[in-house]
Design a protein around this ligand. Sequence first.
Ligand SMILES: NC(=O)C1=CN([C@@H]2O[C@H](COP(=O)(O)OP(=O)(O)OC[C@H]3O[C@@H](n4cnc5c(N)ncnc54)[C@H](OP(=O)(O)O)[C@@H]3O)[C@@H](O)[C@H]2O)[C@@H](O)CC1
Ligand SMILES: [K+]
Length: 464
Amino acid sequence: MRGLWTTARVRSAEERVLAATPPGALMRRAALGVAAVALELLGGGRRVGLLVGSGNNGGDALWAGYYLRKRGVAVFAVLLSPDKAHAEGLAAFRRAGGRVVDRLPPVDLAVDGIVGLSARGPLRPDAAAHVADLDAPVLAVDLPSGIDPDTGAAPGPHVRARATVTFGCLKPVHALADCGEVRLVDLGLGPELGGPDLLELEPEDVGAAWPVPGPESDKYTQGVTGVAAGSATYPGAAVLATGAAVLATSGMVRYAGAAAEAVRARWPEAICTGSITDAGRVQAWVAGPGLGTGLGSEAVLRTVLEAGVPVCADADAITMLANNPDLWDARDPDTPLVLTPHDREYERLAGPVGEDRVAAARRAAEKFRAVVLLKGHVTVVAGPDGRTLVNRARSSWAATAGSGDVLAGVLGSLLAAGLDPVLAAGCAAKVHALAAELAAAGAPIPASALLRALPDAIRAVRSR
Ligand SMILES: NC(=O)C1=CN([C@@H]2O[C@H](COP(=O)(O)OP(=O)(O)OC[C@H]3O[C@@H](n4cnc5c(N)ncnc54)[C@H](OP(=O)(O)O)[C@@H]3O)[C@@H](O)[C@H]2O)[C@@H](O)CC1
Ligand SMILES: [K+]
């Protein structure tokens, strides 16, 4: 698991470490790290340009320029606020033969030292113009300028980095936004940091948590997943959600609803009934994909919420909960509920998502005392206890009709297997994104192809 710490937490840890280290030592350590990665990225190139802002981020860049000069690299620097440029860094840079220029000449690599942890809003026009002029790959110092360090929001012009060198610990931006390859330079902050604000699951965490049968297992060991989805007119969602539950674990799957014929035809291993009242016992329910929002569907959702087992409420189930708050009363507050809204569904439930997706997921998790999986290119999972996981998909191939039905099915089967609901949601999001990537292999895919790639994605995380 990778931990991510917000800027406020980094600042307070840094203060204590700064007080215990000689002046300038941390910055020079940071800058050495930047210079080392710059040399790697340069390959055979010999010319580096620095964009230097008014704070310590610019100081890091200037000191990195100093170290690069020592290695014989030609280094040019544009000072965006000449009066406020880091004094010692600038003196060292000049001493080593670095050249201050108004506009960067052609270079092999640009170093973005415009703004770091103190960033607010998009790049300002002057900085944006210099960035737009760049024709070389960019190495960002701490984070790509113009992106918010805590939310990853990029509301306007920002740097697109080939790589980012960050210091002390990872910050939310490194998981929430595209920072290129992220390298971490240790500043000895560890003991001062405390627990992280956000977590990002690594493939090996997902592999280790994924339920697989052991020698003593039978068909009930991994729980029975119930799927209440689809309709006579829209059986596809039921077929996809049930299929995902069938493929994700070796537990049993029961389908209950109007698409029973279609589901049985595609997934003979699922036990299908036409009505929720005949479904039998399950260890978790998936409710909502393609279910509709009429009175009959409300009755189905009510039955599921009253069942006393964990529920993954997706799609139409979310819309029904938003439209008819009485439905919440059917729920036992001590039984886990996972809501899986995309942004529009979230808005129906809890108002606009806004730029801070982590805060939005946490708000709804607290409000509904539920686990909220806010879908998107970056998926945020927040638990009612404040635990938060983020997963940034490496591709956008999962953005296709029916993809959410697959995610819900996977999640439901992990709940049935008894996984902690926050972990279940995080693991489902990760495997789902990986399956999309594997299935796509560079070309658009339908959700049924994503579904077929689930076993490969599970194998991939389990082999780590
Ligand atoms: N502390 C440490 O131990 C270590 C810190 N380290 C380094 O320090 C960095 C933090 O430095 P920092 O706090 O000096 O501020 P920094 O991010 O450089 O911003 C400077 C100024 O830019 C401005 N500005 C704001 N938004 C802007 C925008 N969108 N576009 C353009 N400009 C914008 C705003 O000034 P304003 O113009 O508003 O007065 C702001 O004050 C950190 O990221 C790491 O690299 C490392 O050396 C390791 C040791
Ligand atoms: K930067």
